[in-house]
Design a protein around this ligand. Structure first.
Ligand code: FEO
Length: 396
């Protein structure tokens, strides 16, 4: 079960190849995930985080095959969300008097989940836990991405245990960043950032600067999901700084839903206009009723301009679009331009409603949108094409 990370530090987590949905059904995990837990065996023994509840028994049984559980001196709970604390009840049932080191908010969260009065030891940034010849230094990381989130750093081995930060939902038996497919790794790391961390970008930047100011040498970042960054860990820190800075690529994303293909034809003709105006722009189209919403959000994250289209139905918009925009609203994208489009037959409220939702979601709405009556004619297709050209002409 154990995989050696460095010296007396071992990975003792769970690779979940089957996982396809996370946070209930909110986040798609096409490539599974891992719940990374770590065992440090110095003069004293510490366990950092556990695994998701369905694997609690398997985790504790495996751990008991590696060490006598009674030898565990400290449990560190960097984060109380169930995917990391889920095995605490089973572990603590076997070692009920072992202290759990976490933040003050961690105590609230863990008690809130499990209603147990374990021996909680509250730590703050800068507090140290002596493991013998090495120490763990705690660094609070509130709202990255929960109020209780915390990192810890192992001296001498120069390992940062970053919990969710720098993670990816990416199952791999390789476990280390230098061994996996680099394209897959960065696709998953970006999707994770875009769907989970984007609302906290300012804090990401601040926390990274705070860590850098501590002047702690860094050899390895042990995340709680996906691979461990042992090869140039600085590369994911640099990516996070880029992503936290209102990131965009030369991309326009067109998201739509359609009833009888009218709004799809509008989308495709807008795309042609954009490409005609600037062939270098990466234009991508997604039907949001058939495309994974978390994948769309990752594309929105990469875009400088995003167009959303829906026909009018019952004086409103199609439900796939409404659901997607609600999720996007919560993520608070910054500095991105957006506009609405869609077909209509009678009253045509969808464009106004989309515009209002886009504004509420924090986008800069660039105009009143593009409304097309009934199915597009050759004339209206030309209008869509011209609209696409205008989008790029005005904002490239
Ligand atoms: Fe991986 Fe916030 O839990």
């Amino acid at each position: 079960m154990k995989v050696n990370i460095k010296n007396n530090v071992n990975w003792i987590g769970k690779i979940d190849w089957e996982l396809r949905k996370f946070h209930g059904n909110e986040y798609s995990t096409h490539r599974g995930s891992t719940y990374n837990s770590y065992l440090i065996q110095e003069e004293t023994t510490a366990v950092i985080d556990t695994v998701w509840a369905p694997f609690a028994q398997e985790y504790v049984d495996n751990l008991a095959r590696e060490i006598d559980l009674q030898q565990i001196d400290f449990v560190i709970a960097n984060h109380a969300e169930i995917d990391h604390s889920g095995a605490l009840p089973e572990l603590m049932r076997r070692i009920p008097d072992t202290p759990i080191y976490c933040t003050a908010n961690g105590v609230k969260s863990i008690k809130g989940h499990y209603h147990q009065d374990w021996d909680f030891q509250v730590v703050k940034t800068g507090d140290r836990l002596n493991l013998g010849s090495k120490e763990l230094i705690f660094i609070e990381a509130p709202m990255l991405h929960w109020p209780d989130s915390m990192f810890c750093y192992l001296t001498e081995d120069n390992i940062l245990f970053s919990n969710d930060a720098f993670g990816q939902h990416y199952a791999s038996e390789y476990l280390f960043n230098d061994l996996v497919d680099q394209n897959e790794l960065f696709v998953e790391a970006l999707k994770y950032y875009a769907n989970i961390l984007i609302p906290f970008s300012q804090l990401v930047e601040k926390k990274i600067k705070e860590f850098v100011s501590l002047n702690l040498p860094l050899d390895i970042i042990c995340t709680s999901h996906g691979v461990i960054w042992r090869d140039k860990p600085i590369q994911i820190i640099e990516k996070y700084l880029q992503w936290a800075g209102n990131y965009e690529e030369d991309q326009v994303t067109i998201v739509y839903d359609t009833m009888w293909n009218g709004t799809r034809i509008v989308a495709e003709n807008i795309a042609k206009g954009i490409t005609d105006a600037d062939a270098k722009v990466n234009v991508k189209l997604f039907n949001c009723s058939t495309t994974d919403k978390n994948d769309i959000i990752a594309e929105v994250f990469k875009s400088k301009t995003v167009l959303f289209g829906s026909p009018t139905i019952n004086k409103g918009i199609l439900t796939s679009m409404a659901g997607l925009l609600e999720e996007i609203r919560g993520l608070s994208f910054k500095d991105k331009k957006a506009a609405a489009f869609g077909c209509y037959g009678w009253s045509g409220e969808s464009i106004r409603i989309l515009g209002e939702l886009l504004e509420k979601a924090g986008f800069t709405v660039i105009d009143d949108g593009l409304k097309v009556l009934w199915n597009p004619t050759e004339t209206s297709k030309q209008q869509c094409f011209d609209y696409g050209r205008k989008i790029i002409g005005g904002f490239s």
